[in-house]
Design a binder for this molecule. Structure first.
Ligand code: FES
Length: 589
């Protein structure tokens, strides 16, 4: 590859051919402001439409300023990134963007975390010299995501996330000029589209145009409702990211502080979704072993590979886009819904109360979990198994509401019995974690031998598609892993074409898995943040006394006292589900 030499702000820079001015400047510690530009390093995705022009720089010999994010370096270039002309141009661009923006920053859900607001601060905008007509669009409120396109700056990061990263194909620019808007086809509501509610559009949106459906007030209402017992479950990935909302570095584990905060908020019982993750392994692992044994015995009717089914964004994706494969995924419910089913049908009885008087709240890294709670098959007589789902960000908001000094909290433990989990349950929160947890159990059940080593490094990492072969004492088991729906699509196409050689595939909708969920503290695609969150979960796993789901004594007791056996009659009724062909349910196919 050719090497290029140029000068940026008086410093000599050597870069390889194809490097943009933005990247070259970054390599010498010069940060050029950007808005529409977005790069997901390890995932190989970039959004550089060059539409916002915030990143303009002066290139000697050129009449016009150049957008640094999409201008390749050339030999001998002399570039100024912050002279007066450049700064004035950026201020003008920003004022023009702001001239068509609602001035409700004080009450905007994104206030304090908005890239546009931060840029206005950075450039010292105190006045907007332009006025004119403003765009007005209706708000679109789905069960998981709110679209307020009056706040959209047409940066198209969401379009890249939806179309290129996730290949869902719901969001795209429609109309032209002043009337341009990013929307589903025919401007239909998200609810009527193929949207998976993965929330990756929310995760990358620089403004308040795309946010989660805020359920914090529903939680506050439930906590003071007379006659209600309110329990909370917390997903594994939440503990690895919640601290970021309180100024702690990414990857800080705050499990004990999170439990203490939830107790202070008024939850009667603080439980762990990781318990249900262990339960998921018992059910999904049993299904895997059953299909595997029948396959090895030559039963040609067996459907392999088995696909994990913990992720509601992924479930909605295959229901819309691969309905011909709906009998391939495991029928095990997600850990969120398994927890809800056990809480409403077992724990409520233990407390001697009606299931309708038990309110189950979930804290999830995910926005699709909000939608999942509203699926009718997860309700009994109109009473949902999980009543309210909030994101990691919403939990942080509740903690701030209550004036709790999070960083000063002393660690506390989860309540029993539904708060006890193994290391296998903890790693559900990261890509590769569900299948590693399944392998830990499946190996020992299949071979009848203890695992020589609990950690499966070969299943870990951040590459979008990974594969590994695990030796089950002489029987090679082929495992596939995909995170991000675009990567999942590639494995599904292989299955559809009949060329997949995997026995089991783990799929998570969000890049990085749940740690990169649409409800996590904003990381805007920074893979380093995801790696630190994943490392935190592996640390918690390594520190657990019990690291295999089938050794969780509380899960075993639940089977003995209530459920019977994995995939037995009652566990099938309560812990398994079915899927729907949604191909015809949307106008966008
Ligand atoms: Fe370069 Fe928007 S960040 S044009």
């Amino acid at each position: 590859m050719n090497v290029i030499q140029l000068t940026i702000d008086g410093k000599k820079v050597v870069v390889s051919e194809g490097t943009t001015l933005l990247e070259a400047a970054k390599s010498i510690g010069v940060t050029i402001p950007s808005l529409c530009y977005m790069k997901l390093d390890d995932l190989n995705f970039e959004n550089r439409p060059g539409s916002c022009r915030i990143c303009v720089v002066e290139v000697e010999g050129r009449r016009n300023l150049a957008p640094a994010c999409c201008t390749p370096c050339a030999d001998g270039m002399v570039v100024q990134t912050h002279n007066l002309r450049v700064i004035q141009a950026r201020r003008t661009v920003l004022e023009l963007i702001l001239s068509n923006h609602p001035f409700d920053c004080l009450i905007c859900a994104k206030s304090g975390k908005c890239d546009l607001q931060a840029l206005a601060q950075q450039l010292g905008i105190r006045q907007i010299h332009y006025s004119g007509e403003k765009s007005h669009y209706k708000c679109d409120a789905s069960p998981a995501i709110l679209r307020d396109m009056d706040k959209c700056i047409l940066c198209r990061r969401c379009v890249t996330a939806c179309n290129e990263v996730q290949t869902v194909g719901v969001l795209s620019p429609v109309y032209r000029g002043f009337h341009s808007v990013v929307a589903p086809a025919f401007e239909m509501d998200l609810d009527h589209s193929n949207c998976t509610y993965c929330g990756q559009c929310v995760a990358v949106c620089p403004t308040g145009a795309l946010t989660e459906q805020d359920n914090t007030w529903m939680v506050l209402d439930a906590l003071v409702a007379p006659g209600k017992t309110v329990v909370v479950q917390t997903a594994p990935a939440v503990r690895a990211a919640l601290g970021e909302e309180f100024g702690l570095p990414p990857g800080t584990l705050v499990t004990g502080k999170m439990v203490a905060a939830l107790r202070q908020l008024g939850f009667k019982y603080v439980f762990d979704t990781d318990f249900a993750a262990d339960l998921t392994i018992m059910e999904e692992g049993t299904e895997l072993l059953d299909r595997l044994k029948r396959h090895l015995e030559g039963d040609a009717t067996v459907k392999l590979p088995i696909l994990t089914s913990c992720c509601p964004g992924w479930v909605k994706f295959f229901e819309h886009q691969f309905p011909e494969l709906i009998d391939i995924p495991s029928t095990a419910k997600s850990p969120q819904q398994m927890f809800g089913a056990v809480a409403k049908n077992y724990f409520a009885k233990q407390l001697g109360i009606d299931r309708k008087d038990l309110v189950v709240v979930s804290v999830m890294p995910c926005l699709a979990k909000k939608y999942e709670c509203s699926r009718p098959e997860f309700s009994t007589d109109g009473d949902p198994d999980v009543n309210i789902s909030i994101s990691t960000r919403e939990l942080a908001q509740l903690i701030r509401h209550a004036n709790i000094d999070f960083n000063m909290l002393a660690d506390e433990e989860f309540d029993h019995p539904l708060g006890e989990s193994t290391g296998a349950g903890v790693i559900f929160g990261t890509t590769g974690g569900v299948i590693e947890a399944a392998v830990r159990t499946a190996y020992e059940v299949f071979t009848g031998q203890p695992l020589p080593r609990v950690d499966f490094d070969v299943l870990r990492g951040m590459e979008g598609i990974r594969c590994a072969t695990i030796d089950f004492a002489g029987t090679p088991i082929h495992i596939g892993i995909a995170h991000g729906l675009g990567h999942a699509r590639r494995l599904l196409e292989e299955i559809k074409a009949g060329v997949s050689s995997y026995h089991a595939i783990e799929i998570m909708a969000c890049p990085g898995g749940c740690i990169g969920g649409g409800g996590q503290p904003y990381h805007h695609g920074n893979v380093e943040v995801l790696k630190k969150r994943a490392a935190a979960l592996y640390r918690e796993d390594a520190n657990k006394c019990i690291r295999k789901s089938h050794e969780n004594p509380y899960v075993m007791a639940l089977y003995q006292q209530f459920l019977g056996k994995p995939c037995g009659e009652l566990s099938h009724q309560l812990l398994h589900t079915h899927y729907f062909d949604r191909k015809g349910s949307s106008l966008v196919e």
